[in-house]
Design a protein around this ligand. Structure first.
Ligand code: SF4
Length: 335
């Protein structure tokens, strides 16, 4: 019997906790919370070939990594719990997740057993066209991902000019050939890209830059673009305890006036405001526009002020444990 059959739901679609089995009853610490609006953020690894000057991974808490067998075993159990308590969105991020292909492919295989609303991979895209051998089959990473059921890829491309991108990545490892990656992805039925661009004062940070970036996306066949504000690091005694301070400094220097940008964006001809949404249980907001057929999102987020007693994310970290948020070891779920 597949896991899809063990979930029973009430009329509004939420799980009926009383019907769940064994340890997952109402008495369980996860039982009262309800995870319907909480994203499962999965971190296969914190490793990455780049060293971006604003890398959030290097600003947050990073537990040690479990070995792959243990990690996948715990993922299986954690996904099951997440799903049974109502969660439906799985975001695989990092670090650079394609550095841990055995984990990603194992997880995608497991995820196919569930009726999720979304499973998306966040990547810098640098390795998507490389070949990789998995279970005796050698093919491009993008092809492995597609064959394992992945349909949504969120690729970080922080500038349309490859030279500026390379400068930001701060490493010798090649920059993503996004034109070629988009061509490969667009060949595959139902597979789609969202481009993720971090807003920075000296890169893409004003209306002109945003409009040029959208034009670039459209030319390469991408019609979904997310502009991400650099995180607001509040309550710093908590939020940057484990940070590389050079990266905090860079982030502080490059952060733009997000509300000012949105005000200016609303005045752009043909920029149609669609809606504003809460992001990660009120820690931020996302604003959606439509611009000449392109979905354009702007998101901002505050960290360090999360409610310690509830999930901001259902964060499954490389050590194979679940955390309420990414502020430190004390936020690990003890169960
Ligand atoms: S590509 Fe992503 S994970 Fe890698 S260093 Fe840059 S921001 Fe960090």
């Amino acid at each position: 019997m597949g896991e899809k059959q063990i979930v029973r739901t009430s009329k509004d679609g939420s799980p009926t906790f009383a019907l769940l089995r064994g340890e997952d009853s109402l008495s369980h610490p996860l039982g009262n919370l309800g995870l319907r609006d909480i994203d499962m953020k999965v971190y296969p690894t914190f490793g990455c070939g780049h060293d971006c000057k604003f890398c959030m991974t290097d600003i947050r808490y990073k537990p040690n990594e479990a070995n792959t067998i243990t990690y996948l075993k715990r993922f299986k159990k954690s996904l099951n719990r997440y799903y049974r308590f109502g969660g439906r969105k799985v975001l695989i991020t990092g670090g650079e997740p394609t550095k841990a292909m055995e984990r990603i492919l194992g997880m995608l295989e497991e995820a196919q057993r569930y009726e999720l609303d979304l499973i998306v991979l966040y990547t810098n895209g640098s390795r998507l066209l490389e070949t990789y051998e998995y279970r005796g089959k050698t093919k491009k990473i993008v092809e492995h991902l597609y064959d394992a059921g992945l349909r949504h890829i969120n690729i970080s491309v922080h500038h349309y000019d490859p030279k500026k991108r390379q400068r930001l990545l701060n490493s010798d490892e090649g920059v993503c050939d996004i034109v070629e990656v988009a061509r490969e992805v667009n060949k595959r039925d139902e597979m789609c890209i969202r481009l993720n661009c971090t807003l920075m004062r000296d890169y893409i940070g004003d209306v002109r830059g945003v409009i040029d970036y959208i034009g670039f996306a459209k030319r390469i066949g991408v019609t979904d673009v997310y502009f991400r504000d650099l995180f607001h690091l509040e309550n710093r005694a908590l939020s940057i305890r484990f940070a590389e301070m050079g990266k905090v400094e860079f982030t502080d220097n490059q952060r733009i006036n997000f509300d000012g940008l949105i005000r200016d964006i609303k005045r752009v001809p043909n920029m149609q405001f669609v809606k504003t949404m809460s992001r990660h249980v009120g820690q931020g907001k996302t604003i959606l526009f439509n611009y000449n057929g392109v979905q354009v999102w702007f998101g901002t987020l505050e960290i360090g002020t999360e409610n310690a007693n509830r999930f901001t994310y259902f964060a499954f970290m490389p050590d194979g444990n679940i955390y309420y948020n990414m502020n430190g070891p004390e936020f690990q779920v003890k169960s």
